[in-house]
Ligand binder design. Structure first.
Ligand SMILES: *Cc1c(COP(=O)(O)O)cnc(C)c1O
Length: 361
């Protein structure tokens, strides 16, 4: 059986280092906002080449706090891709803001910059650019539009650790940017974890306050804050994993290259363009008979996944919220996309086997 993902196998090469960190943290007696978090924040900022990094509890909180830091008037509109993961939409709703869907490009699966301006109204306050599957959005065009209309930009980098557009790393394009370290992400913790990056010093104190009960000085609360701190133990694990991220990324890119080279043209493969350094958090293909293909692969002991089977505006929770915004391009993607195995633990032979079986479909 070739599994889609196996977190124990993915993390096995790092177990010895994790155990050392676990024991050290355990014995330190300091479990919340200590030196492990401080060190990881510095290391992750260095890795992303951003000026600041603030650790938080998870990726959704990173998005919620990023938006909260701007203090937009309630009811303001936020532009967001129609095919994103539900978390991006929820971060807007939990701030009392209104999600306005922008369709993706059918080539890159990221927000189509040429469709943004027609969605801008006098209430628009921000754009959330989601770097889906590990490909950065067309950030030069998006930032040009944002500047022209005086909008804030938030990057959702949950799938894009180390990804680049025109040699700039994800986490540097927006005003405030959100990362997730959910265990399956390219940089994954052993539980929930997240971070915010920014190059704008003026937001840092607010973000640090918001993650910790709105408190800048202990027991004094300046803001209506959250409890959304990155755990010391997760920060310790992440510092270990971060040292191996280049290796993880290169391995995934190598496996992606095998798919790109050898899968036949019945499958719509991800586009490759020299402006983009893609990190393939997800390697997806599209096929009109996606469900049959998925079942066929399973018969041949190959597990796949779908990111995502149902678009945000088709979710039950979004009835009365998003269901009035039709999104045919997102619909087409959700009906035809299939995610192939591409974990750090998969071997070249695993991928060759997937390719061989797929090419006979
Ligand atoms: C994983 C993910 C999130 C949410 O991250 P959590 O850590 O699970 O809260 C947000 N946006 C995207 C695009 C994601 O893939």
């Amino acid at each position: 059986m070739i599994e889609y993902e196996n977190l124990a196998l993915l993390n096995q090469p790092f177990f010895a280092e994790f155990e050392k960190e676990f024991s050290e943290t355990l014995k330190s007696g300091w479990y919340i906002l200590g030196n492990k978090v401080k060190n990881f924040e510095q290391e992750f900022a260095a890795l992303c080449q951003t000026k600041h990094c603030i650790g938080v509890a998870n990726g959704l909180d990173a998005l919620i706090i990023a938006l909260r830091a701007f203090d937009f008037p309630k009811g303001s509109e936020v532009l967001v891709p129609s095919n994103t993961y539900i978390a991006t939409i929820l971060s807007i709703l939990h701030n009392g803001l209104v999600p306005v869907l922008v369709e993706p490009s059918i080539d890159t699966y990221n927000m189509d910059a040429s469709l943004i301006e027609e969605k801008i109204t006098s209430k628009t306050c921000a754009i959330i650019a989601v770097h889906l599957y590990g490909k950065v959005c067309e950030m030069d065009a998006i930032n040009r539009i944002a500047e022209k209309h005086n909008l804030k930009v938030v990057e959702d980098c949950a799938q894009a650790h180390g990804a680049k557009f025109k040699n700039t790393l994800a986490g540097n394009f927006g005003h405030i940017n959100a990362f997730s370290f959910y265990p399956t992400k390219n940089l994954g913790a052993m539980g929930d974890a997240g971070a915010i990056t920014t190059n704008h010093e003026n937001y840092v104190a607010t973000i640090k306050g918001l993650r910790n009960y709105g408190s800048k000085e202990k027991y004094y609360n300046d803001l209506v804050g959250f409890n959304s701190r990155l755990d010391e133990i997760q920060a310790a694990f992440l510092s270990v994993k971060l040292k191996h991220l280049d290796k993880i990324t290169n391995h995934k890119r190598h496996l992606a290259q095998l798919y790109l080279t050898h899968l036949n043209s019945d499958f719509v493969k991800p586009v490759v363009h020299p402006d983009y350094f893609d990190v393939y958090h997800i390697f997806n293909i599209r096929h009109p008979k996606r469900d049959q293909l998925k079942a066929y692969l399973l018969q041949h002991d190959i597990k796949t996944d779908i990111h995502y089977p149902l678009a945000p505006n088709k979710q039950k929770a979004m009835i009365g919220i998003l269901d009035t915004q039709p999104t045919p391009i997102a619909q087409l993607i959700h009906q035809t996309t299939l995610s192939l195995p591409i974990s750090y633990y998969h071997t070249e032979n695993d991928i060759r086997r997937v390719i061989e079986v797929m090419n006979k479909f």
